[in-house]
Ligand binder design. Structure first.
Ligand SMILES: [Zn+2]
Length: 225
């Protein structure tokens, strides 16, 4: 049995298409943001599109290189899918990575880009899992098997509908059913989402010599069954 991260074909979608729910909401397939009107979602998608236009110094990298880099990401994520996460827990993978490399792999899915050159991708829900499978070229990127049918996996929840978001009962139910100790609002990283960021870390020595490196940060939540 593979609950939670199994998904139905009907929920699969690409960035450029969207799907509606029965309550006629318009949902971004990647970050699961919900909009009451088609126009709201269109605006969201056109902002996302703008973040994902390559600037001239970020030309395309060889596909063989990208494949290798994706394998590195999957390997590092798998190293965090250890035994013993019955209650679930927050995990972080970070590694040095050029802006060029980050952009070439995640372009199309960058949902925030600040002036300080910080990129951010947000993935939620089963559609988010599927999109990451396509980006990373590996449907098992977020799942590691152990003996006796046990597995540790990356948890991706669908967001609760907007009208239930601030409903304490709905929140309590959601927390209970998801059984993850949530530290919502205290952390920028919420259970059930995968946040992938890229930013620069720099330092100056006593003589003001500056050096810097770009880093990729992958925040996610794991659980074991
Ligand atoms: Zn979105």
């Amino acid at each position: 049995m593979l609950p939670v991260i199994s998904y139905s074909i009907t929920n699969m979608s690409t960035l450029t298409t969207s799907f509606t729910t029965s309550a006629s909401e318009f949902i971004c397939p990647t970050c699961q943001k919900r909009y009451k009107k088609q126009g709201g979602l269109s605006r969201h998608l056109s902002i996302v599109k703008r973040y994902n236009i390559s600037h001239s110094d970020l030309d395309k990298l060889p596909e063989t290189n990208n494949e290798k880099f994706k394998s590195i990401l999957v390997y590092l994520i798998h190293r965090k899918l250890t035994h013993g996460f019955k209650k679930g827990g927050h995990q972080l993978v970070s590694l040095a990575c050029t802006e060029h490399q980050f952009f070439d792999i995640f372009k199309g899915y960058i949902h925030h880009h600040s002036n300080r050159n910080v990129y951010k991708c947000i993935f939620r829900g089963s559609a988010g899992y599927q999109i990451l499978s396509e980006i990373l070229n590996n449907p098992l990127w977020g799942r590691k098997f152990y003996d006796e049918e046990q597995q540790t996996y990356v948890v991706l929840f669908n967001d609760p509908p907007e009208h239930l978001k601030n409903n304490p009962l709905a929140i309590a139910t959601r927390c209970a059913t998801e059984s993850i100790a949530t530290h919502r609002r205290k952390s920028r990283y919420n259970p059930g989402e995968v946040i992938i960021e890229w930013k620069i870390k720099g330092e100056k020595d006593a003589k003001e010599n500056y050096c810097e490196a770009g880093f990729i940060y992958i925040h996610f939540w794991v659980r074991q069954i």
